[in-house]
Design a protein around this ligand. Structure first.
Ligand code: NDP
Length: 482
């Protein structure tokens, strides 16, 4: 049995209390490693190390910080197969998906911010013949980065890379449900020669290790991705301490399909946007609204396409649907399917747990589920399920589609499918979401602002938004020509 270790002050160390938590492989339902059950003492040590390393790290030249981040990205890239296998084993996602999406995107996060910091400049303003203002962008100090289990390394690195690039030191906590690639990252940082204390990774429970990070006086900012309820708790702790915070939270994203769309492209993409990563991507479209004139055709074609998705062992190269992340999460998803039935929903395909033969017999598999016949205001259509479950609903007018799309407390992402660009841009203005995809989904450009409105979060990540979050602007005004 392997024992994952914390990464504190440049070393792999066991938790000070000596306690560990079982780490399960979702595809088999079996424990395969042990995670440090870190507590306040481990976090104190990590924060001390981060604060001690801060002066040295922030005073490096941007070229030196760039070189470290590039080295880390290269080392992950060289071992991408090992990382992809680990991510798949830890999370239940198909190995092929981790190899194609999660790991390359983690590599590009480090590469992007290594380069972005080299090309970033701050503002200067001139008052003619009188004064010059220039703005210094200074790092914050030791910052906390807390991430969820659905895209483990991808989202972990999305925070860590800009924090380090801008000269902060970091205490990070991955989800205790999927810690393994963060552990591999610690080893990579040691190999890359990252100075001790610059990045510290503390494993353990959110309510214990995570709580100690957000409460700690030595942590100057919190960058958090996770559920809305946890985000609200973090805000209540962090706001009165006047720490900066960035919150990327839940979603219940609408996918609006008009009759004049590019049908083949829409159908293929909608299958992906519904069920990639078993529907456990915060950006998945879980409420599909279809113009009434093509509703019956869409329903038939969509269900047919979904039924062709191969559910199987994440190790098999042809598996498109793997296991959901944990037993409690599987039970939560199944309870929502039951709720949908009670609310009058009709299950068009899927609808339950699937038992696989062989090594995956005890795994957490749910067949991709499509439901129709539900009111847009019912709980199934309002609450985040975060699994392979979507609802389909017809609409007659643009206004009706907008009313239904905007009816939830969330506002993360949305998709619009139409060849009428005037309508698409009109809808884009009116949709309450931080991200609008027109005729596409999950098309990534790291320069763009990423985040949600309403209960989907506060602040933005990505591009210069992240560089700004991890720095404090200080204006300097020089008067001349007295
Ligand atoms: P959680 O909110 O349960 O957990 C997220 C992280 O916060 C985990 O590392 C967790 O630790 C930690 N945590 C929990 N409680 C505390 C606390 N009191 N103090 C500090 N840290 C704490 O979310 P999930 O992991 O279940 O992730 C799924 C959610 O994430 C979904 O709602 C999804 O929509 C959202 N998400 C949002 C994204 C976005 O960009 N907007 C992207 C991806 C996911 P542990 O798990 O170890 O207990």
């Amino acid at each position: 049995m392997e024992f994952i270790q914390n990464y504190i002050n440049g070393e792999l160390v066991p938790p000070t209390g000596g306690c560990y938590i079982d780490n399960y492989e979702p595809a088999t339902g079996k424990v395969y490693s042990q995670i440090p059950d870190s507590d306040e003492e481990d976090v104190n040590q990590a924060v001390d190390a981060a604060n001690k390393a801060y002066e040295g790290w922030k005073n490096l030249t941007i070229e030196q910080r760039h070189d470290y981040l590039i080295r880390i990205s290269e080392l992950i890239s060289q071992r991408s197969d090992e990382f992809a296998l680990a991510e798949s084993k830890d999370n239940g996602k198909p190995y092929k998906l981790a190899q194609r999406v999660d790991i390359p995107r983690a590599v590009s996060n480090f590469k992007f911010y290594a380069t972005a910091i080299m090309n970033w400049s701050s503002e200067a303003n001139h008052i003619a013949e009188k004064a010059i203002n220039y703005t210094l962008r200074q790092p914050l100090g030791a910052v906390g980065c807390i991430s969820p289990w659905n895209l483990p390394l991808y989202l972990f690195s999305w925070k860590i890379a800009p924090a380090l690039a801008t000269g902060n030191t970091v205490v990070a906590k991955p989800s205790e449900i999927t810690p393994y690639t963060a552990f591999l990252l610690s080893k990579i940082c040691i190999e890359a020669g990252l100075p001790p204390g610059v990045l510290n990774i503390v494993h353990g429970l959110g309510t214990k290790a995570g709580e100690a990070i957000i409460q700690h006086k030595g942590i100057k900012a919190i960058s958090f991705t996770g559920g809305t309820k946890t985000g609200a708790h973090i805000a209540s702790v962090v706001a009165p301490k006047f720490k900066k915070m960035s919150l990327e939270l839940g979603g219940k994203n609408p996918n609006i399909i008009f009759a004049d769309c590019n049908y083949e492209l829409m159908l293929k993409t909608t299958v992906n946007s519904s069920f990639s990563n078993q529907g456990q991507i915060c950006l998945c479209g879980s409420r599909i609204f279809v113009e009434a004139s093509i509703y019956q055709k869409f329903k038939k074609d969509f269900v047919e396409a979904v039924e062709k998705l191969k559910l199987g062992d994440p190790n098999d190269s042809d598996s498109k649907i793997g296991a959901v992340v944990s037993k409690p999460h599987m039970e939560k998803i199944l309870s929502y399917i039951e709720l949908a039935k009670q609310e009058g929903g009709v299950i068009l395909t899927g609808g339950g747990q699937v038992s696989l033969p062989g090594r995956c017999a005890e795994g957490y598999f749910i067949s991709p589920t499509v439901i129709e016949g539900l009111d847009y205001q019912c709980r199934t259509n309002q609450e985040e399920i975060f699994g392979p479950v979507v609802t389909i609903t017809p609409f007659y007018t643009e206004e009706e589609a907008l009313t239904m799309a905007n009816s939830t407390e969330y506002g993360l992402a949305s998709s619009i499918w139409t060849e009428n660009i005037t309508r698409a841009t009109r809808m884009a203005e009116k949709i309450e979401a931080g991200i609008v995809w027109i005729n596409c989904w999950l098309l990534r450009d790291l320069r763009t602002p990423f985040g949600g409105v309403k209960n989907s979060g506060l602040g933005r990540e990505g591009g210069t938004e992240a560089l700004e979050f991890f720095t404090e602007p200080k204006n300097v005004c020089i008067q001349y020509g007295h």
